[in-house]
Design a protein around this ligand. Structure first.
Ligand code: AMP
Length: 320
């Protein structure tokens, strides 16, 4: 599979790299690192990394406009995205050839070649393996970005972390002098208003009978903290390791898009099935959903509470 991807990269002069909407560090780092690696290996190719960026991730690089591309002669590579509707690119089907590189559970087939490995930590790990297993070249800047995506998606080596990943990293660190303090600082620096919003969430989180912690962030509250619907997503990982909470959710009003965005995390119960039921998806323990009314958000919390109850019962069954 890696060889086939390399062959396609070699064949096309113009390559567009896209990833999912609602950009995060793994999506953007996998896209930009792959672009830089292709250009470093084949300097004459035209490679564009497209999608809506976030100023927050500017340290990963800049994005390109999808302009003057003859789609019928170009290759599209999509990283970190399991389904067509979440691809952050105005064009998908017009391309001559499409490749998917993803670590989400399978949702649908929409590319000519699909590298899907949902047991892998991150899209960045798959790009790293692609570089390792083919003639694609890398440098310290490319490896630094892959490291950042990997750190972010594993939540600093908490999820999907295993011997294979550490051995890949050990090789990376031996060969490239990564500046860890700088890389971590770029990833985790945040404005004070976000810290204050985190304090608000901690003060106001409600907990259901079976351990679902949730907080509602209305437009009024978000405005008060100079935050937006994306802000909770940057801090949702911070509510782990609370005795009373097994699953937690931030429910944020997204005024601009007229939806309610829900970030979901779990430290045991599997939540992506519930996320899918509410127009979302994601990983077993890290998912997202979108609803249009607060009533629907309440139903989602109710469903999560049931999942927690079943989880508690199954754990009790195991210890008997
Ligand atoms: P987030 O809370 O935004 O960091 O998202 C956690 C995971 O859930 C990521 O893998 C996202 O790709 C996925 N995800 C978030 N929102 C959605 C959605 N509306 N539909 C499908 N997957 C989503």
């Amino acid at each position: 599979m890696y060889k086939k991807i390399y062959k396609a990269i070699k064949k096309y002069d113009t390559i567009v790299i896209a990833r999912h909407i609602g950009v995060d560090p793994d999506a953007m780092a996998s896209q930009i690192a792959l672009k830089e690696s292709i250009l470093y290996t084949f300097p004459k190719k035209r490679v564009l990394a497209v999608g809506t960026g976030g100023a927050k991730f500017a340290y990963l690089g800049t994005l390109d406009k999808l302009e003057n591309v003859n789609f019928s002669e170009s290759l599209l590579i999509i990283t970190d995205t399991p389904d067509r509707k979440r691809v952050d690119s105005p064009e998908v089907d017009a391309f001559a050839y499409k490749i998917k590189i993803d670590h989400h559970p399978f949702v649908e087939e929409f590319c000519d070649l699909e590298l899907i490995q949902d047991q892998k930590s991150s899209a960045c790990q798959l790009v790293l393996e692609l570089i390792r297993k083919t003639k694609l070249k890398a440098n310290v800047s490319i490896m630094g970005k892959l490291f950042q995506g990997l750190v972010s998606d594993t939540n600093r080596f908490l999820f999907n972390t295993n011997a294979e990943l550490f051995s890949l990293l050990s090789k990376m660190v031996k060969e490239y002098p990564l500046d860890f303090p700088k890389l971590y600082q770029e990833l985790y620096m945040r404005p004070f208003h976000e810290v204050r919003l985190q304090g608000y969430i901690e003060q106001n989180m409600k907990v259901t009978e079976h351990g679902v912690g949730y907080v509602t962030l209305t437009t009024q509250i978000l405005d008060k903290f100079s935050a937006d619907a994306g802000s909770a997503g940057n801090m949702v990982n911070n509510f782990n390791y609370i005795d009373e909470i097994l699953v937690w959710a931030t429910i944020s009003e997204d005024k601009k898009n007229e939806i309610i965005k829900i970030n979901l995390r779990s430290r045991g119960p599997i939540i992506n099935g519930i996320a899918e039921k509410y127009h979302g998806g994601g990983h077993k323990f890290a998912s997202g959903a979108r609803v249009t009314t607060m009533e629907e958000a309440e139903l989602l919390i109710h469903d999560l509470d049931r999942v927690c109850e079943e989880y508690i019962q199954s754990m009790e069954g195991e210890t008997k």
